[in-house]
Design a protein around this ligand. Structure first.
Ligand code: SF4
Ligand code: SF4
Ligand code: SF4
Ligand code: FES
Length: 696
């Protein structure tokens, strides 16, 4: 156990671990030492002087955010001299501040405003003319208003240390010091908005949130980001049934305050004008709207007729729908339609993964393990692009715990910057690359291995064999795409017992009905020209938009997105989290409701289709899912335990879509903000790097 020291703050004796910073020791005992530049998890700056305190036997006031506690220390945080110093600091910070709180986005949740109310002077002595600098737009996401900046450097550290990007710095010296972006007048970066969120004042504001609302006018709904399988928790700010912002400032869930651009801003697809809001029937001239009653009746009649004559069904589930929806769909397919032909777009070899690890316990790494392990090995994946939270976790681990990061990848990745060892491997040569690290890895205390779709089948088994041979505890993460790939797999949206795989379904010529939920196979290049092989199949598509696939459907049913429903999802590490409905889009229904209504119309008894009821059933029947409900109810993540069990090898291709920070399958096409930023593949703007390549 760490050594404790005893000190006194404001006459109250407290104990803290030796080496703890005074500001933290005070907080742990419920005593506030005000601060601006101090921010837990980032390097110390000692820039603002807001945390000055009086320490007995020291001649001057001390900076509480850099001072470690010591035995017998006597501290006063509320003495007259301390109060006077705080007042002086705030007065200094306000000298050139525009005091435009009534029009500032930060009003109501501004730390400077709060501090001035609590510790500041009632009036200003400053009567001189203030220096005005025009507001600058650094990207569609980031705006900067220099006079509001208090130079706390939080944004610089969040970008440099937290994101590993380093796009912000300080320009000029002395009183004209200012935060500057990495490309003269604009940013080229991850566009994650972490700098905006961490800014204690309204100096950095967000392109999507600014001038929209006041914080107290929003409802704050805690749910899970729908864009990738990392499963970041986000609090959506909702006003008048419109999502206005996303952040995780309450640090609930697995991601601390982290969100990438998709989680923080790309909820705007929800209100895209092309959202489907009515069921549609295909006609000779396109699709015509019909009522829900008509649509459900047509689907039920067709499905019943195909079933009655023993015709073949194909069911393609979604990697974005909830566990409850996937479970109900699998049950519908097997019990309701009598088909084994059900699958989803598989992006990681989970069957091989569970098979290879089937007789062990404690080998599935959680998101938190990536932050605490002594070593992390990334194989065949660009984490910063494809799994931004896992990348953030590995970076934070290296910073906070000096853990060792290893990368075996085909090209440069962000991990290169701080990795202990990097191996560039040709595609397919990842395992050989890993082997070259054997001695280094075997010397670690424990290890998390994170691998992408290059590792599947025999290669995956060999990787696990390699892990075993190291003689240290090893845990694994098998990377998959989208928000609920893992859940789709666990809930049985897979072709067991001779059912056809997704690719086999698309190539089969004798399907009589094809039911596709939240997937767009015809958007994939290989099928763009040929379409479905079963030319006469009755096709039903449930989706948010009229995708290439939906355009071929006989019936299109408008579905609700993950931000519009309740239920649970399982992230890439197998952690279950709860979705909470934030908004409703008129005319849509959740996929679960659609399944339930079709079942009812067909006269099937598949049980109640309320998310809570279905989850009860999942807990009883799906291995590893009997998780404690209070953890989920309080916004936590419950790991599926111990393992999901051995799964026989499945037919069908396994391939990640290799989404980037700025793409998210179909959803990203409909997110204005993702398409606007310069880094987006479809952006109209050219990045400096590209311009350089072209001209130079
Ligand atoms: S948006 Fe993110 S990556 Fe860009 S400057 Fe801000 S913190 Fe850095
Ligand atoms: S922009 Fe905000 S976070 Fe950055 S230094 Fe200024 S006040 Fe601090
Ligand atoms: S890392 Fe993934 S889950 Fe987290 S905010 Fe980004 S897209 Fe969403
Ligand atoms: S919080 Fe201590 S100097 Fe800023």
């Amino acid at each position: 156990m760490a050594e404790l020291v005893t000190l006194t703050i404001n006459g109250q004796p407290i104990q803290a671990e030796k080496g703890t910073l005074l500001i933290e020791a005070a907080r742990q005992s419920g005593i506030e030492i005000p601060s601006f530049c101090y921010y837990e998890g980032y390097t110390l700056q000692a820039a603002c002087r807001m945390c000055l305190v009086e320490v007995e036997k020291t001649p001057k006031l001390q900076v509480g955010c850099t001072l470690p506690v010591a035995e017998g220390m006597v501290v006063r945080t509320e003495s007259d001299i301390v109060k006077q110093a705080r007042k002086g600091t705030l007065e200094m910070l306000l000298t050139n501040h525009p005091l435009d709180c009534p029009v500032c986005d930060k009003g109501g949740e501004c730390e400077l405003q709060d501090m001035v109310f609590r510790y500041g002077a009632g009036e200003s002595r400053f009567v001189e003319r203030k220096v005005h600098v025009d507001e600058q737009q650094w990207s569609p996401v980031v705006f900067f208003d220099a006079p509001r900046c208090i130079l706390c450097y939080r944004c610089v550290r969040a970008c440099n240390e937290g994101m590993g990007v380093g796009a912000l710095g300080i320009g000029n010296r002395g009183v004209i010091s200012a935060i500057v972006p990495n490309h003269h007048d604009h940013l080229e970066c991850d566009e994650c908005g972490a700098c905006i969120d961490i800014c204690p004042v309204g100096a950095l504001t967000s392109g999507s949130y600014r001038y929209q609302t006041r914080p107290w006018e929003m409802e704050h709904v805690g749910t899970i980001c729908t864009h990738c399988s990392d499963g970041c928790r986000t609090t959506l700010g909702v006003r008048n049934d419109k999502i206005i912002r996303g952040n995780n400032r309450d640090r609930s869930g697995i991601n601390d305050e982290f969100l990438c651009i998709k989680g923080r801003y790309a909820f705007d697809f929800v209100e895209h004008p092309e959202r489907l809001q009515s069921p549609m029937r295909k006609t000779a001239s396109g699709h015509e709207p019909i009522s829900w009653a008509q649509a459900l009746e047509i689907v039920a009649q067709k499905f019943s007729a195909v079933k009655a004559r023993g015709g073949k069904f194909g069911v393609i589930g979604s990697t974005r729908t909830t566990n409850e929806e996937n479970y109900f769909l699998a049950k519908f397919a097997r019990q309701g339609l009598g088909t084994k032909t059900i699958d989803h777009r598989r992006t990681g070899d989970l069957a091989g993964f569970f098979d290879a690890l089937s007789d062990r316990a404690n080998v599935l790494a959680t998101t938190s393990d990536v932050y605490t392990a002594n070593a992390v090995l990334v194989v065949g994946a660009d984490l910063a692009q494809q799994h931004p939270l896992l990348s953030f976790q590995a970076r934070a681990n290296s910073r906070h715990h000096q853990s060792h990061i290893y990368a075996v990848t085909t090209g440069p990745v962000r991990e290169d910057k701080y990795a202990t060892a990097v191996v560039r491997a040709a595609k397919g040569g990842e395992l050989a690359g890993v082997e070259t690290l054997r001695a280094k890895l075997a010397a670690e205390k424990d290890l998390v291995i994170i691998f992408g779709d290059a590792v599947q089948g025999d290669t995956l088994r060999q990787l696990v064999g390699f892990g075993d041979s190291l003689g240290i505890p090893v845990k694994y993460v098998c990377l998959v795409d989208d928000s609920n790939s893992r859940g789709a797999f666990d809930m049985g949206v897979i072709p067991r017992d001779g059912g056809l795989s997704r690719e086999q379904m698309l190539a089969a010529e004798d399907l009589e009905a094809l039911w596709i939920i939240g997937d767009n196979p015809l958007g994939e290049n290989s099928l763009k020209d040929t379409g479905f092989a079963s030319k006469n199949a009755f096709i039903v598509v449930q989706d948010l938009f009229l995708t290439e696939t939906a355009k071929q459907a006989d019936i299109v049913l408008p579905a609700a997105s993950a931000y519009e429903k309740n239920g649970t999802v399982t992230n890439v590490c197998g952690e279950i989290q709860k979705l909470k409905q934030a908004v409703r889009v008129m005319g849509t229904k959740t996929d679960l409701e659609i399944f339930g209504l079709i079942a009812k119309e067909m006269g099937l008894n598949l049980g109640i289709w309320l998310p809570e009821k279905v989850f009860d059933e999942i807990r009883k029947t799906v291995r590893g899912y009997n998780v404690p409900l209070p953890v989920l109810a309080t916004g936590g993540a419950a790991p599926t335990l111990p393992l999901n069990g051995r799964v026989a090898a499945l037919p069908g291709a396994i391939q990640s879509a290799n989404e980037t920070l700025f793409t998210s399958g179909t959803l990203s096409r409909y997110s204005k903000i993702l398409n606007e930023v310069m880094e987006s593949p479809g952006s109209l703007y050219q990045r400096t790097e590209d311009r350089g390549q072209r001209t130079g």
